[in-house]
Design a protein around this ligand. Structure first.
Ligand code: PLP
Length: 849
């Protein structure tokens, strides 16, 4: 007989187990091992079967198990301890409170917009590095007490899970994730109903958006959902899947995130009686429309376009994550037009009051048919950053045309290097060691963690072996299950039990499969690789994972090439691909590998974070000098693959892969297998210890979030408050216009230099006459620029000194030089205003002819 329909009976918890639900609803458990263990101990198999989802676990508990647990004194005690610990965590006074008291600052909160958040496997709203970074940002903000509010989308299907076909071709599987199975709650208004906000779409249609909240420790993460019965089918599908669909689908999602996100965060703040955010952080260009919505709200209050722009910019931060122009989100300008939907007056019906043409101009780039979300972000934000030092530099070069007349190094894009959340990314027996080291709180240890004397090299080697064993075990199971899914019979799969070697040098490589990351660089010379893998005295094994974007056929081909190599070259026990890379696999893989390989095309890796996770577990770095490793590179605690600069990418890949094989075989394997009579690789373990001590403190997300707070959030909060009054914003906007008009009257002439030689170095006296035209002295800044000149007469890395005017109106400066040198100099005039953060913002500069 066929079933007519399905009904579900969920477990109801008795009162003394009810606190489990509180623990399950706060994602703090995802970085508190004790709470996670508590869940797991309820039913280890069910725990894995539910994808480590405590919400589902609790609804599926058998009556028998509930009856056991409610009488289990030990379990109840542990439950009590965890509940109390969570309460204490939530209430503790943290770093941010102290920091703002010291700065006498009053930043209300920061709204952080991101297309994805990687917090834990059971909240599937992430795909890869960008999401994990946003997740780690939320977690560290929670630990530090930073008042941040995350804003993202709730995807019905999340991102895909990956399996492989028999031929090794990536298959994407999408599963529905009903909200009741996720660690989220509806955000409710006064009447107890779930809050909705509305976003206008073309042809007068209106999208209803429901608001959910995930609690990440102390940080609320708002998630916007259009998959609700009030919407017609096409609107319900807007938040269907992350990075799925065509470009039109993407603009719809970004409008919901940006425009809807601002309305959502305001509705949330009103509902919980919290002041509105003082700073808006756009994590990548996806969130660019948030600034447009905020401008629209100010214009609705009567502000002009310029005033609204000045006001929004003052409190907005934009973070760029890609040094590759192709990685930037760009829309067809007609599509942007259609969605911003101008009415008869040319004003948007989507964001009321903003003039569409002018918004389009904010996203303009070289190609007039494109609307560029990174350009939109930069024009809407007075604060901007890249995610590693090298990436900051590359970004300044990439976006310098937005700041005409200024040298590249004055482009106002700074950098804050990414980090990873230590409690999330350290696992097993190394976790307490790292927790103790990172907990050392004094200035002397800020850049160097002292390795605990109690942990000797032998002990550390045991820890490393245990982490490697866990990884090998996971790999065996994963490969077995993957072959079953590829259609193999379990009897054919006995070999998977002997897959890999628990004691062999293990190289990990896992990340998004995109061309520049060069998954298959290691396959340049397959015979040589196979020989390295099969070496009997010094065996090497590779464990690899990563998803290709569903539309990226090239990426899928690379994946297939790799999987086929493993199958066909007779090395399938030495090179293993783990399907469905996610945060759970990443934890085991980064921790259990001995060496973490990263070989992107320099400088296309913005930062990279998986290598940071590896370092924190005692895995050593083997990388091209790119992203984070470019600035933290230390060849005493890792290996750098020299990057080859060659116009032909095939030659470059060949050179770099040869270097990879050489270093792996002659340096890395040699060192790993160099053992003393106890079987201990002494030098290797010294490297492990030093890598943790030296690199560990630099890669922590706590360091990253502190940097964001002190270098960007607090300043943006202050400049936002300085301009909070629309009259101030209006004055500033008017000043910008008038100074631009008056600039043609500004002249520099009569520049004179004289020098005074001293025993050590000397002094340069500079003087110049400046004609200010119609401007006041306070509206300009006159600067001496001194530096070495190159063949093209450009001043390299110049020093800039403010010049002061004397009674006769001549500007003067005296510059001390420490060393004998031949230096070039000039004098320049730039506009000055207390609300102007960088002179490059206006593109106005005057130098002598
Ligand atoms: C850390 C992580 C990434 C990012 O790795 P990169 O080295 O930055 O490429 C991607 N996916 C998952 C699941 C991760 O945990």
């Amino acid at each position: 007989m066929k079933a007519y329909d399905t009904v579900t009976i969920s477990a109801v918890l008795p009162e003394n187990l009810e606190p489990l639900r509180t623990l399950a609803k706060n994602l703090r458990w995802s970085w508190r091992a004790e709470t996670e263990r508590l869940f797991k101990s309820i039913d280890p198999e069910l725990w894995e079967a539910t994808g480590r989802n405590p919400i589902v676990l609790l609804t599926k508990l058998s009556a028998h198990r509930i009856a056991e647990l409610r009488e289990d004194e030990d379990f109840l005690h542990r439950l009590q301890v965890e509940v109390e610990e969570l309460e204490e965590y939530m209430g503790a006074d943290r770093w941010f409170d102290k920091a703002s008291r010291e700065h006498d600052d009053h930043l209300t909160s920061i709204a952080y917009f991101s297309m994805e958040f990687g917090i834990t496997q059971s909240l599937p709203v992430y795909s890869g590095g960008l999401g994990v970074l946003a997740g780690d940002h939320m977690k560290s903000a929670s630990d530090l007490g930073v008042p941040i509010i995350g804003v993202g989308l709730l995807y019905t299907y999340g991102y895909f899970t990956q399996t492989l076909s028999r031929e090794g071709w990536q298959q994407e599987n999408y599963t529905v994730h009903p909200p009741e199975e996720l660690p989220i709650d509806p955000v409710c208004g006064e009447n107890g109903e779930q809050l909705h906000i509305q976003v206008g779409f073309p042809e007068g249609r209106v999208v209803e958006v429901a608001l959910w909240k995930a609690q990440v420790g102390r940080v609320p993460l708002l998630l916007l959902d259009t998959n609700i019965p009030e919407n017609p089918e096409d609107f319900r599908a807007i938040t269907d899947r992350l990075y799925g669909g065509d470009i039109e689908h993407r603009i719809k999602q970004e409008l919901i995130l940006g425009v809807g996100g601002v309305r959502a965060v305001q509705a949330y703040c009103a509902a919980v009686d919290r002041p509105e955010p003082g700073v808006y952080h756009m994590n990548e260009g996806h969130a660019g429309f948030s600034g447009v919505e905020r401008m629209g709200q100010l214009m609705a209050k009567g502000a002009s376009f310029e005033t609204a722009l000045a006001s929004v910019r003052a409190s907005t931060l934009f973070t760029t994550h890609t040094p590759v122009p192709a990685g930037i989100d760009r829309f067809d300008v007609h599509l942007a037009h259609r969605y911003l939907a101008a009415d008869a007056q040319g004003r948007s019906t989507l964001v009321s009051h903003v003039p569409v043409e002018r918004v389009i101009a904010l996203g303009a780039e070289d190609d007039p048919s494109r609307f560029n979300m990174a350009h939109l972000g930069l024009r809407l934000a007075q604060y901007a950053n890249g995610v590693a030092k090298l990436h900051g530099k590359v970004s300044r070069a990439m976006f310098k045309d937005l700041y005409p007349n200024f040298a590249e190094d004055e482009v106002p894009i700074t950098s804050i290097t990414n980090g990873v959340h230590i409690p999330t990314w350290t696992r097993g027996p190394i976790k307490p060691i790292i927790a103790a080291m990172s907990g050392q709180r004094n200035v002397a240890t800020a850049n160097h963690w002292h390795f605990p004397d109690a942990v000797g090299l032998e002990e550390l080697w045991r820890v490393r072996n245990e982490l490697r064993r866990d990884l090998v075990e996971l790999a065996r199971k994963s490969v077995h299950d993957s072959w079953v899914a590829r259609g193999a019979q379990p009897v054919e799969l006995r070999w998977t039990r002997k897959l890999l070697d628990e004691n062999a040098l293990t190289v990990g490589f896992a990340r998004r499969v995109s061309t520049y990351k060069r998954l298959t660089l290691m396959l340049q010379n397959p015979e040589r690789l196979a020989a390295i893998l099969r070496n009997e005295e010094r065996p090497v094994q590779f464990i690899i994972a990563g998803k290709a974007h569903p539309a990226d056929m090239g990426g899928k081909q690379l994946l297939q090439e790799l999987v086929r190599f493993a199958d066909e070259a007779g090395v399938r026990d030495r090179i293993v691909f783990l399907p469905d890379y996610n945060v759970t696999i990443a934890k085991v893989l980064c921790a259990g590998s001995d060496v973490w390989l990263n070989n992107p095309v320099r400088p296309q890796e913005a930062s990279g974070t998986s290598g940071m996770k590896a370092v924190l577990n005692g895995c050593l770095t083997f990388s091209i000098s790119d992203g984070w490793w470019d600035e933290m590179r230390d060849d005493e605690v890792g290996w750098t693959i020299p990057d080859a600069v060659h116009p032909d990418p095939r030659v470059r890949d060949q050179w770099e892969s040869n270097a990879l094989y050489d270093i792996l075989e002659h340096e890395i394997a040699a060192k790993f297998y160099d053992r003393d009579d106890r079987g201990l690789p002494v030098e290797w373990m010294q490297m492990v210890r030093d890598s943790i001590s030296k690199v560990g403190p630099q890669v922590s997300a706590e360091r990253m979030v502190r940097d964001y707070v002190t270098e960007l959030y607090l300043p943006a909060g202050r400049s936002g408050r300085m301009i909070a009054d629309l009259a101030d914003a209006e004055q500033f906007a008017a000043w910008k216009q008038s100074v631009s008009q008056a600039w043609q009257g500004v002249r520099v002439s009569g520049v004179e230099a004289s020098t005074e030689n001293r025993v050590e170095g000397g002094i340069i006296h500079l003087a110049a006459h400046v004609n200010r035209g119609s401007l006041q002295a306070s509206e300009i800044r006159v600067e001496a620029v001194v530096g070495e000149r190159d063949a093209a007469d450009t001043l390299c890395n110049p020093h800039i000194h403010e010049m002061t005017s004397d009674d006769e109106g001549r500007y003067r400066a005296s510059i001390t030089v420490d060393e004998p040198a031949e230096l070039g100099y000039t004098v320049r005039v730039v506009p000055h205003h207390r609300l102007l953060k960088s002179p490059a913002e206006l593109g106005l500069i005057r130098t002598p002819h």
